[in-house]
Design a protein around this ligand. Sequence first.
Ligand code: NCD
Length: 324
Amino acid sequence: MTNVSFFDITIEIKKEGVAKMKHLIDIKDLSVEEIDELMKVAKDIINHEEKYSHKCDGKKIATLFFEPSTRTRLSFEAAMMELGGKALGFSEASSSSASKGESVADTIRVVGCYSDVIAMRHPKEGAPLVASLQSAVPIINAGDGGHNHPTQTLTDLLTIQCEKGRLDNLTIGLCGDLKFGRTVHSLITAIARYQNIKLVLISPKELMIPEYIKKDILEKNHMEYYETTDIEEYMDKLDVLYMTRVQKERFFNEDDYVRLKDYYILNKEKLQQAKEDLCIMHPLPRVNEIATDVDNDKRACYFKQVKYGKYMRMALILKLLEVE
Ligand code: NCD
């Protein structure tokens, strides 16, 4: 013990103190029952917000965003503030010591001394997992490259549950960049665990869903799915239409992006065959893929989805910090 530094002692104490510490790296880290429980808490927060306003007094969330974000970072910070806690962090790698060459592992060990939970976004797939191996406090993956985005999925599940009243017996269209869109990858992984889900995967040929998702999720779970390049082909069958933007930052070549970026533009005309109770979602930011004339349609749920995101993140923070 004598030659252990103060820093190591702090880490050890924190590790012991949170023996059951849980991270959220992949949506599969949560069971269906845990997701149900989180949704129950989120709905209770929606109905009785005042009950929760001091639950995290004295607690801090650090938001470490090595990649741009508006909703995810601010919703984590707002969520912690609504619970009575505080937020600190950075919104771009260039303003952190990553720009001096510091490793993710070192950054996490340091930030764990200043905060009780860390939400982290990184362009490299797997970076939050690496961080969790070094961390003395819970790590939340707020998006890693084109891989996963579990808290957007929690938001999406709560939106579907609240707007459709169920998470089973649904035909869900996923449209746009299914190759690089991490929200789509996490949502498919999560929704595969519910009953009688049919998926319609709508994308240009170049941006089809990756083979590993087909093999490991769709085929393993014997899911019924259809692939098409035509957004209108199955429109009349859909209960949910989840639009996504073409992920410019993941393209190797600007010309490919320019060619594909406006492949789908959902407008009133394309919705003519859609069900009256279709739920139109989008994780946002929207670029061009939903025309603004859809915003006033009662089926447009994407701005409500943003609100659900804050409540779901409040519920998640309470769970990870083991607050009753
Ligand atoms: C998404 C993301 O970052 O993956 N946005 C979000 O978190 N709401 C979707 C996107 O950037 O296209």
